[in-house]
Design a protein around this ligand. Structure first.
Ligand code: SAH
Length: 422
């Protein structure tokens, strides 16, 4: 007898939504309401710690008591998240009196609105109602989610930009009907090497790109999966010295974006960790090209982690310092105070440090760091080519030569090396 539901997308920004109950159901429902910008009023004598966190952060208002019908005055929607049938029914009754839709977690038959199973892909939201069977809804939702994330088949609307976008004349948002969509650039961190360590957002933008400009360190498997019509620019093949090459990359990003293309600048690890991402952002901004930055999993933390080394550990290291070793310690162009680093007790993570390793370790020991400090060198971390060498500060430079380790490699110095060995 029950008629089909009528699907709607509720625009809740600034509109009052009352949530009755402060337990597990409310904990699960509140984040999506907040994400929709709703003005959430939570009525419950007690809250879970997660809900209390939202209250403490000022994201919603909490009435620490039981529900009263007047709580619904001015509300557009109510979510019942209590399992006491009588209490739930009294909320339903108060909602019906005021013509407010009421979602019931405890009794879907008594509800006037149902929450669908949802998957979100940037600007696209897929909501599934399972005809009374939530598990069927979730199964369908999971299948669609897999399809959307596996295929490049998302209708390619320009990427929604949830993070702040910089750049003069940044035309963010949907292009006017009929106009060519504005070009844009996303600086995306590809992660340290394992293709699965890109972020969900980075992956989505990659699947939406018209042009991908990739670094040498970017996992090849990510590029393998691009649509055939995507223009792939291999930044490591640009035939100039490093600074001309950077200018050339900046030019390619700006030109393609001004031609209306969606450009992904894909960089190893995180774009802003020794990645020259800042220079690219500035080049785009001065050309009026909007830029989205998508942070990545940096090799500085992830490569040691996957090799079994935590960069901090309770009672072992309460700090870690990430430093580039590409300039020798005694070079006049060095910006690193190695003698100060020698005085630290915590973990030192050196990127691009193989060439100067002998000078770096000698400088650290010379300024007081214990020559017996454990050191690990991890080459091509998080990939199938990973090689790890364990040594000490005094011996590591020679050991690396003997073992024939090559870049890219990360050097981890400190007592965290070996803490997880069993
Ligand atoms: N933006 C990158 C770092 C670029 S600098 C990031 O956040 O990870 C390049 C250096 O990073 C390499 O010389 C090496 O020291 C380190 N590196 C990057 N990927 C690595 C990997 N898979 N294994 C070991 N070192 C890596």
């Amino acid at each position: 007898m029950s008629a089909n539901p009528y699907p709607l997308g509720l625009r809740l920004a600034g509109r009052r939504v009352v949530v009755v109950g402060g337990g597990a159901v409310a904990t699960r429902r509140v984040p999506a309401l907040l994400d929709a910008g709703a003005d959430v009023l939570l009525v419950a004598p007690e809250l879970t710690p997660a809900l209390r966190g939202h209250v403490d952060a000022g994201r919603l208002r909490w009435e620490p008591r039981r529900f009263a019908p007047a709580d619904l005055d001015g509300a557009w929607l109510v979510q019942v998240a209590v399992d006491e049938p009588l209490a739930a029914a009294s909320v339903s009754a108060a909602a019906a009196e005021r013509r407010i839709f009421c979602v019931r977690a405890d009794d879907r038959a008594a509800a006037t609105a149902w929450t669908p199973a949802v998957t979100r892909h940037g600007p696209v939201t897929v909501a599934v109602l399972g005809g009374g069977d939530p598990r069927r809804a979730m199964g369908v939702r999971d299948a669609i989610r897999d399809l959307l994330s596996a295929s490049r088949g998302l209708p390619s609307a320009p990427p929604a930009v949830a993070t702040p976008t910089r750049g003069r004349a940044a035309p963010v948002g949907p292009a006017p009907a009929g106009a060519r969509p504005a070009g844009r650039v996303a600086l995306v961190g590809a992660g340290p090497g394992d293709p699965e360590l890109i972020t969900v957002k980075g992956w989505r933008l990659l699947t939406e790109a018209d042009v991908v400009v990739a670094d040498r360190l970017v996992p090849g498997l990510l590029l393998d999966e691009l649509r055939p019509d995507v223009e792939l620019v291999d930044a490591s093949k640009i035939p100039y010295g490093p600074s001309r090459a950077q200018e050339e990359i900046n030019r390619i990003l700006v030109d393609r974006a001004l031609a209306g293309k969606v450009v992904v600048r894909l960089k190893g690890g995180d774009p802003y960790v020794f990645g020259r991402g800042g220079e690219e952002l500035l080049a785009c901004a001065s050309a009026g090209v909007p830029v989205t930055v998508v942070p990545g999993v940096t090799s500085a933390v992830a490569v040691p982690a996957v090799a079994g080394i935590p960069v901090t550990h309770r009672a072992v290291a309460h700090e870690f310092t990430v430093v580039s070793g590409h300039v020798a310690p005694d070079s006049p162009t060095s910006l690193v105070r190695w003698e100060a680093l020698a005085g630290l007790r915590g973990t030192l993570v050196v990127l691009m440090g193989l060439k100067n390793l002998a000078a770096i370790t000698a400088t650290l020991v010379g300024h007081g760091r214990d020559p017996g400090t454990p050191v690990a060198v991890v080459q091509e971390g998080t990939t199938s080519g990973e090689r790890t060498l364990r040594s000490t500060l005094a011996a590591v430079a020679a050991d690396v030569v003997t073992a024939g380790l090559r870049p890219p490699a990360i050097v981890v110095i400190g007592d965290v090396v070996g803490t997880l060995d069993t």
